[in-house]
Design a binder for this molecule. Structure first.
Ligand SMILES: C[S@@+](CC[C@H](N)C(=O)[O-])C[C@H]1O[C@@H](n2cnc3c(N)ncnc32)[C@H](O)[C@@H]1O
Length: 939
């Protein structure tokens, strides 16, 4: 350790993240990481985990808390970017350019998308930075862990301790440990604990540990393969091995009495032009299923329409088949026997499966049938030939053998804890398998072959092999879609393609060789050494470890029902878990899980954050990450912060959405980072004084960021550090910062106020304060070119339109801007004003596109001055006569003859002319003419 490092010399220094964060660049980096999907560092441990927080974002949070904000913010930022691998020299390394080569002339996000992620390059990316870093910080280090240790000593007197009480897949604590912090994690859910454990001990394990794991896995795979071969259930005896077995539901049609396989499509592979044909067998009133390969395009297309259809999205599916020219069409709900009980709840006539069931019984409504097999030549080649075949009598014998084997052993397996015997608890996501199939226990989600394979693995399990087991379960259940379009003839997809438990009419089941590809995990390796690592399985409100930094991503307004869907895995591990996991409670403890956003949610969150605040060192910091979704977000957060004895010091908005979310348009996701400290003392203020302080603080904050934007731009060839939404966020943060630093307002104790139950429909004291503070923050965001007095007179929809037009004129196109500002201006539905609402191509409707729409009171923008001006612009752009346009304007614009109103109309028209100059030049011209017409009009 160098002598220069003075313990606690930074004890009271503000942290960099409390003053500045390069959110635009960080958004590009986070997005890049999210897009890497399977290339992500920890994903191979559990690709089923939804909502991983990007490691690069976690790194920014941790470094941002440790680094000091000095008098020279530009320099601070420069050093931060060096450490993050975001500076030009690092970018050259990431792009594999020579040191002298210039960077391509692209925006930062463009560079990032072509570059490697910094973590993929290890220390290489940082080789050039240490001299500058040490000179600025007074440190003497040559690696990030050394720096983290020294900064920890300067700030807290020791290596920093980072804790995450909602650790989920372990993304936050893993990154903390990789940076060189002691990392303490906990989660209520044992599967989350397992993933965090894996991050620490497998991806973070030593080389020796990893070598041992590889040896163990190899012998396990060999043992299971041997057993499958011994059972003789996967080979055809002619040199072929089954790759995929395709199963479907089969029912008896109540109209015709025929057994009908339920197939949404008869195509089994597009690349092999393979389909199944249903050949009627009138004697037995059933269909033989015959595989045909290499059919014509027309046959392939016709086969796309199977025996299960829907008439459109959201419509009930129905079964359809034709016997002797008569078409029989029966709703699936009717087949199931759906009915409404006298108490109004719905039910059906499916038999609830029993604990030892693993297949439908003869007289069950929904049967199950194997309808095709994909075989692969068993010649050891890496790309063996494959072919689809119809099911033969020999295949059926092998099916029977598996069924008998499982039937003979299931009781014993359940007793030994190798096969689940856990009931499916009813819930928002878990009701579907119960309702649509009669499945009551978790193992019902697996067929005999799938159970057999998973049990063979489970019976030999150790901590390391629990990870392949969970991957196997995810990729081999009755909920795995058979994808007909994938390469290699088709593919068996994963259970958790989304965050639900959707049952299927047909599915793919992997043979052992194909299952092997998910059992042999390709894990990354980042050995963690010299730091404390701990995983606990407790509710956040019972966390036990003191820490300097709590970085958490709580289940706020979360759409993922972790406490329900993870039971899919919990069921398999709860009995006889590996010794490393045996101290955990193998139950998702739904009653303790924080979920939703109701009163229970609030009090549980407060209990959790109060606990963390108690465990946090006096100069410690917290970062809470959450997704910007709910309108009551700021009030919820203010309540939690107040009641937990914390105060806000900053807030940032980072875009973290993934591509599939982007395609979906409406699911653009960003993460808000709320930076918190302990509230010291008990300061009091009145509301009147608060108003002044809020205003001053918000303006100061926005000015600071604007100044920084300009200084950074001037100092380096750089795009904007901050975009408009960031200013808005900064405004909110400043407002929350002022509010939450007071323990008492207007004589009211805020910690008590914050805990007061809310009355539906009535605004609480906190709500009012937040509304006021947010209002102040928004007012500081008047678009350039509009007078404050005009702005104050505008309605929410007009503010939204004019503000977003300004952003469009500056090239912004992302939907989250629109969403954020709609929320900020309290505009419930902004869609009618949009020409395009795609995630990265959003834009407003211009005057011509709006045409005559949105003119009435029913529209948020109807009967406003802005709408009247847009209407007039549309008319002029269509060459209507000027006098006519003015007389129409006089009707559309309330109080037109008031000179003040006409002055506003002129101002709006000129604003539209300016902002549309490049976007819509014809409308810009028309708006300019309109302003002149109004000005020169003689009344
Ligand atoms: C949004 S996730 C965290 C995701 C994590 N940051 C990641 O990147 O994977 C929230 C987590 O909170 C956990 N959780 C819910 N209620 C809890 C409670 N009362 N105490 C502790 N953890 C809880 C859930 O099990 C879930 O893992």
């Amino acid at each position: 350790m160098s002598k220069q490092v003075v313990p606690n010399s930074l004890a009271s220094a503000p942290a960099l993240i409390e003053r500045v964060l390069p959110v635009q660049k960080l958004s590009a980096e986070s997005y890049k990481e999210q897009m890497a999907v399977h290339g992500k560092t920890l994903t191979a441990l559990g690709s089923y985990w939804k909502g991983r927080k990007p490691l690069i974002l976690n790194k920014a949070c941790i470094l941002g808390c440790l680094l000091p904000a000095t008098d020279d913010l530009v320099k601070d930022l420069e050093v931060f970017e060096l450490l993050m691998g975001m500076d030009d020299d690092s970018m050259r390394v990431r792009l594999k350019l020579r040191a002298s080569e210039p960077l391509p002339a692209k925006p930062y996000s463009g560079l990032v998308s072509d570059a490697k992620r910094p973590e993929e390059l290890g220390d290489k990316v940082h080789a050039h930075i240490w001299e500058r870093v040490n000179a600025h910080l007074g440190t003497s280090v040559h690696s990030i862990p050394q720096l983290v240790e020294q900064l920890g000593i300067m700030r807290f007197g020791h290596r920093p301790r980072v804790a995450d009480t909602f650790s989920g897949s372990g993304q936050i604590p893993f990154e903390a440990a990789r940076l060189g912090c002691d990392a303490y994690a906990s989660d209520l859910n044992p599967i989350a604990c397992m993933l965090t454990w894996g991050a620490f001990n497998i991806v973070g394990g030593s080389k020796a540990q990893r070598d041992q794991l590889a040896r163990d896995q190899k012998s396990l795979v060999a043992a299971v393969e041997q057993e499958i071969d011994r059972l003789g259930i996967e080979k055809d005896g002619k040199g072929w091995r089954a790759k995929v077995f395709l199963y479907c539901v089969e029912v008896t049609c109540p109209n015709s009495g025929w057994r009908v396989p339920l197939l949404p499509t008869r195509v089994i592979s597009t690349s092999k032009s393979a389909i199944v044909e249903l050949v009627p067998d009138p004697k037995r009133k059933r269909y033989d299923i015959v595989v045909r390969t290499g059919v014509s395009d027309a046959q392939l297309e016709a086969a796309g329409r199977g025996t299960v259809r829907t008439d459109g999205r959201g419509q009930d599916p129905y079964m359809l088949h034709t016997v002797d020219g008569v078409e029989h069409r029966v709703k699936i709900g009717t087949l199931r026997g759906d009915f409404v009980k006298p108490d109004g709840t719905s039910a059906n006539r499916l038999r609830p499966w029993e604990k030892t069931d693993f297949a439908p019984r003869e007289d069950d409504i929904f049967g199950e049938r194997i309808y095709a097999i994909q075989w692969m030549r068993d010649d050891g080649s890496s790309r063996p030939d494959t072919e689809f075949r119809s099911v033969t009598a020999d295949d059926l014998k092998r099916e029977e053998a598996v069924q008998h084997y499982v039937a003979d052993h299931i009781v014993e397996w359940q007793a030994k804890g190798w096969c689940p015997d856990m009931r499916i608890e009813s819930g928002a996501k878990t009701d579907e398998p119960i309702r649509t199939r009669g499945w009551t226990h978790w193992h019902h989600l697996f067929n005999a072959r799938q159970l057999c394979l998973a049990v063979l693995w489970k019976s030999r399990i150790g901590a390391g092999s629990a990870f392949p087991l969970s991957q196997l379960l995810n990729w081999n259940s009755r909920l795995c879609i058979w994808s007909i379009h994938d390469g290699g003839g088709g593919a068996v997809k994963n259970t958790f393609m989304n965050q639900a438990l959707n049952t299927l009419f047909n599915y793919g089941c992997r043979g052992f060789t194909y299952a092997r590809s998910v059992l042999e995990l390709e894990l990354k390796s980042y050995p963690l050494s010299g730091v404390a690592l701990k995983v606990d399985n407790v509710p956040a409100s019972h966390f036990r470890e003191p820490a300097d930094m709590f970085i958490t991503d709580p289940p706020y307004g979360d759409s993922v029902h972790y406490e329900e869907i993870l039971d899919f895995f919990v069921a398999w591990l709860r009995q006889s878990p590996p010794p490393e996991f045996s101290a955990w409670i193998w139950d998702s403890r739904r009653d303790l899980a924080i979920a939703g956003d109701g009163p229970a949610f609030r009090s549980e969150m407060v209990a959790a954050y109060r606990r963390m605040s108690d465990l946090m060192s006096h100069n410690g910091m917290q970062i809470i990450m959450f997704t910007h979704q709910s309108g009551s977000l700021w009030a919820d957060m203010a309540n939690i912060v107040w009641a937990s004895g914390l105060c806000v010091t900053a807030a940032w908005y980072v875009v973290t959405e993934t591509d599939s979310a982007l395609r979906d348009g409406s699911h653009v996701k960003g993460t808000i980072l709320l930076v918190l400290r302990k509230r010291s003392g008990h300061d009091e203020i009145t509301r009147d004084d608060l108003a002044w302080e809020l205003k001053a603080e918000v303006e100061k904050q926005i000015e600071e960021l604007t100044g920084l934007n300009q200084r950074v731009k001037g100092a380096r060839r750089q795009e904007n550090l901050f975009a408009d939404a960031d200013f808005q966020m900064a405004g909110y943060a400043a407002a929350l910062r002022v509010l939450t630093k007071y323990g008492g307002i207007d004589g009211k104790d805020m910690a008590t106020e914050a805990l007061r139950p809310r009355t539906k429909g009535a605004a609480s004291f906190v709500d009012e304060l937040i509304e006021f503070a947010v209002g102040v923050a928004n007012e500081a965001l008047v678009p350039s070119g509009i007078e404050k007095s005009l702005w104050d007179a505008l309605k929410p929809a007009e503010r939204f339109y004019l503000k977003l037009l300004e952003l469009e004129s500056r090239g912004f196109k992302t939907l989250d801007n629109y969403q954020n500002f709609a929320k900020a201006f309290r505009l419930d539905d902004f869609r009618p004003l949009m020409a395009d609402a795609k995630a990265n191509k959003a834009r407003l409707r211009g005057a011509i596109e709006l045409g005559r729409a949105e003119m009435t009171d029913a529209s948020a923008i109807g009967n406003t001055l802005t709408r009247a001006v847009l209407y007039a612009v549309m008319q002029l752009a269509k060459d209507e006569d000027g006098d006519l346009v003015l007389s129409q304007l006089a009707i559309n614009a309330p109080s037109y003859f008031d000179p003040a109103v006409r002055a506003r109309l002129v101002a709006i028209a000129e604003y539209l002319a300016d902002k549309n100059a490049e976007l819509r030049s014809d409308e810009a011209k028309a708006a300019r003419i309109l302003s002149q017409l109004i000005r020169s009009q003689r009344l």
